[in-house]
Design a protein around this ligand. Structure first.
Ligand code: DQA
Length: 144
């Protein structure tokens, strides 16, 4: 199984960006730990980040053509208002899990709404970067 892990805007700054909220782990650290888990699970991951809405949409469309078995997405702030990313997920048949590192519900009111969640299997929030691992386990292991 191949799973696409997609990170949205500002997540390239993980580790430096508001470490009190997002922790000190960098995006490269996260990628390495997910690659390790993927090899333990005998699956393949592609790990991508983009600050651009259109590029994220293109990557979602291409994921279907490239026969990924699922999508894990942290859309960053696009979560709260990008109908275009929501429609892109709805336009493909990829089981999708939404991940947020921080507990968005304990933060500013604008972060409480996700326009993405209705087109996903589910959402994992507030568990730090462990959320990505849980999402990968859930997509790859049927009996998890
Ligand atoms: C985030 C939460 C969003 O509200 C924020 O804009 C981000 C990161 C998270 O992972 O906690 O960029 O998606």
């Amino acid at each position: 199984k191949k799973i696409l892990i997609l990170n949205g805007p500002n997540l390239n700054r993980l580790g430096k960006r508001e470490p009190n909220i997002y922790g000190s782990e960098t995006l490269a650290d996260l990628q390495a730990s997910l690659e390790k888990l993927a090899s333990q699970l005998a699956c393949e991951i592609a790990f991508k980040q983009s600050n651009h809405e259109g590029e994220i949409i293109d990557l979602i469309h291409k994921a279907e053509d490239r026969e990924y078995a699922g999508l894990i997405i942290n859309p960053g702030a696009f979560t709260h208002y990008s109908y275009a990313i929501r429609d892109a997920i709805a336009s493909v048949s990829l089981p999708t899990i939404e991940v947020h590192i921080s507990n968005v519900h304990a933060r500013e009111p604008f972060r409480h709404q996700s326009v993405i969640s209705p087109v996903t299997i589910g959402q994992i929030v507030g568990l730090g970067t462990k959320g990505y691992k849980l999402a990968l386990l859930s997509l790859v292991k049927e009996d998890f």
